[in-house]
Write a protein that binds this ligand. Structure first.
Ligand SMILES: [Zn+2]
Length: 256
C-alpha cells in the first residue's frame, strides 16, 4: 500500500486475548494460552514502539513465540526482525518453512490456529490462518475489498485458483474475516465478492460479444449499489477490476 493511504490505527478486540490492529495494513496478536502468536508485521519499522505498547496492554510481548506472515510482501513483514530481537519469536512463512498442504497447527492451552498454504493467487507464497475457537480467518491479501487478488494477469487458470481459494475460505464460514488491509468483515463479503467477480466476467464477455467498445463497457458497468460502501471500492477498485476483466476477455483468455 502506498504511503498516502495511511489512516488512524484502531485496536479491535476480537475476543479475550485476541486483538487486531486495523489500519491500511492489518496485524494481530493472539494469546494461545501458554504462548502467543502474531499474524503479519506491517510495512513501517517506525511503528515498532507503537505496536509493542499496544501488545503490552493485552499481554507481555515476550510471550510471543511465533510471527506468521500471510505472505512475504514488504507491507506484511517490516516488524519481523523486531519480534525476533525483542521476543526471540520464530518467523513462519513459506520462505522460512515448508508448510504441508493440509496446514501447520499451532497448538496452545487456550487456543489453536492453523496456517494453510494457498500459493499462486496473490503471490507465490500465500497462506491463510484460521483460528477455529473464534471462527476468525486471516485472508492475507486474498480478500481486498473488491480487488481481484492476482499479482499476474487474469487468465482462466488464475481465475480458477482464485475461485478455489475463495471456496475454501467460505467453507470455514468465518464470523470474523481479517484481510491484509482495511476493515474486518465476515463470510458474507467473501461470498459477495465471488458473485461480483463472476457477474463482472459474464457481463463484460456479453458486452464484448455484442460489439461494444471499452469506453461503452466501462460507462455501462457501474459499481454495484450494495458494494458502494466497500473500502475504497468506488474510488478505484471497481475500475481496476473491470479493466482486468476487460483485458482478459479482449485477448480471449477468460472463458469462465
Ligand atoms: Zn501483498
Amino acid at each position: 500500500m502506498s504511503p498516502e493511504l495511511t489512516e488512524t490505527a484502531k485496536i479491535i478486540t476480537v475476543a479475550d486475548g485476541f486483538c487486531v490492529r486495523q489500519a491500511v495494513d492489518n496485524m494481530a496478536w493472539i494469546d494461545m494460552g501458554d504462548y502467543a502468536i502474531v499474524v503479519d508485521a506491517l510495512e513501517g519499522q517506525e511503528l515498532e514502539a507503537d505496536v509493542f505498547d499496544a501488545i503490552a496492554s493485552t499481554f507481555d510481548p515476550k510471550r510471543i513465540s511465533y510471527v506468521l506472515n500471510t505472505h512475504t510482501h514488504s507491507d506484511h513483514t517490516a516488524l519481523n526482525p523486531a519480534f525476533g530481537r525483542r521476543c526471540g519469536a520464530e518467523i513462519v512463512n513459506l520462505h522460512t518453512h515448508h508448510i504441508p498442504r493440509d496446514g501447520r497447527w499451532f497448538e496452545g492451552t487456550q487456543r489453536r490456529a492453523v496456517m494453510l498454504p494457498m500459493g499462486g493467487v496473490h503471490s507465490g507464497h500465500d497462506c491463510i490462518v484460521w483460528v477455529p475457537s473464534d471462527k476468525a480467518l486471516f485472508t492475507g491479501d486474498l480478500f481486498g475489498w473488491g480487488l481481484i487478488p492476482l499479482a499476474g494477469p487474469l487468465r482462466d487458470d488464475a481465475a480458477r485458483r482464485v475461485l478455489d481459494a475463495y471456496a475454501l475460505m467460505i467453507e470455514f464460514d468465518p464470523h470474523v474475516v481479517i484481510p491484509g488491509h482495511g476493515p474486518l468483515c465476515s463470510s458474507g463479503e467473501l461470498k459477495r465478492w465471488v458473485e461480483y467477480f463472476n457477474h463482472l466476467c459474464h457481463q463484460v464477455r456479453d458486452a464484448v460479444l455484442s460489439g461494444k467498445t471499452d469506453a461503452q463497457i466501462i460507462e455501462q458497468t457501474a459499481p454495484p449499489q450494495d458494494m458502494a460502501h466497500w473500502w475504497r471500492f468506488v474510488q478505484w477498485k471497481h475500475e481496476d477490476s473491470l479493466n482486468k476483466v476487460l483485458e482478459a476477455v479482449r485477448c480471449g483468455a477468460l472463458s469462465i
